[in-house]
Design a protein around this ligand. Structure first.
Ligand code: HEM
Length: 232
């Protein structure tokens, strides 16, 4: 970045800018994606039918190629539903970033005065029974015929926020998640150790992750002779 700077650059970046950009990527970008990945695998481990369905989709798409690319991932419809459903139940930034009312307004029965700090509880919105059927249950299929997406246009599902302060790393975060999750599901079957219950307690912090580490046994998937590469 520093090397690309010239006298005539439209934007002049100092070393402090570069440090801040890197800090943003590490603080805002890594925990959130890692936490979402852990919740997705946790939910799938608790719902083996959904895990199997996702693996069938991925394996029949990749076939004997033995390698997943971003092009493959763009075709994986069920995987994308799993990610949406994970964001609904486990948005890592549960209260988004705080807002401040610029002027007097009314939200429902509440009068909000200027400069009031407002937190949007997207965790609660994602579990609101007035919006979602069986809200506590992990059901990726609920998105089959639904137009609801998480890009800030549908207020039922706001894991990345909305408006001018929407997460600028949304596309990168989603791409990383899709590719990493697809790889984990393609290369391994995941078993819950016998006699172990999966704990769902959350660890309250800026990004809300799983309190207890997730322990699963990976079983390497062997590509079969009859696996065909289908263009999915
Ligand atoms: C699963 C992945 C991610 C989730 C769920 C997520 C979620 C969020 C949320 C909810 C906000 C606040 C938006 C609001 O209040 O309206 C935010 C802000 C932000 N995110 Fe992300 N994020 C993710 C990945 C990333 C990545 C990969 C980067 C950078 C590489 C990133 C950089 C940022 C930055 C810089 C802000 C502050 C933006 C501002 O204040 O204007 N995020 N993110």
């Amino acid at each position: 970045m520093e090397k690309d700077q010239t006298e005539n650059s439209a934007i002049h970046l100092t070393e402090d800018h570069i440090k801040a950009i890197l800090m943003d990527i590490f603080l805002a970008g890594i925990d959130t994606s890692a936490i979402t990945m852990i919740w997705a695998v946790t939910e799938l481990a608790r719902k083996p039918t959904a895990m199997k369905k996702a693996q069938n989709e991925i394996r029949s798409c990749v076939g004997k190629k033995g390698k997943l690319t971003e092009n493959d991932v763009s075709q994986l419809k069920y995987l994308k539903m799993i990610i949406k459903e994970t964001f609904r139940l486990h948005p890592p930034t549960v209260l988004l970033l705080p807002r401040e009312a610029a002027s007097q307004l009314k939200i429902g029965d509440y009068d909000i005065y200027p400069r009031t700090r407002i937190a949007v509880n997207v965790w609660a919105i994602g579990r609101n029974p007035d919006i979602w059927d069986n809200p506590e249950e992990f059901i990726p299929e609920r998105f089959i015929d639904s137009l609801i997406d998480f890009k800030g246009q549908h207020f039922e599902l706001l894991p990345f926020g909305a408006g001018r302060r929407i997460c600028p790393g949304m596309n990168m975060g989603t791409a990383v998640l899709e590719l990493a999750l697809a790889n984990l599901l393609y290369f391994f079957d995941w078993k819950v150790p016998s006699g172990m219950d999966i704990d769902m307690e959350e660890e309250v912090s800026i990004a809300v992750g799983k309190k207890e580490a997730l322990t699963l046994i990976p079983v390497k998937y062997n590509i079969r002779e009859d696996d065909e590469t289908r263009h999915c």
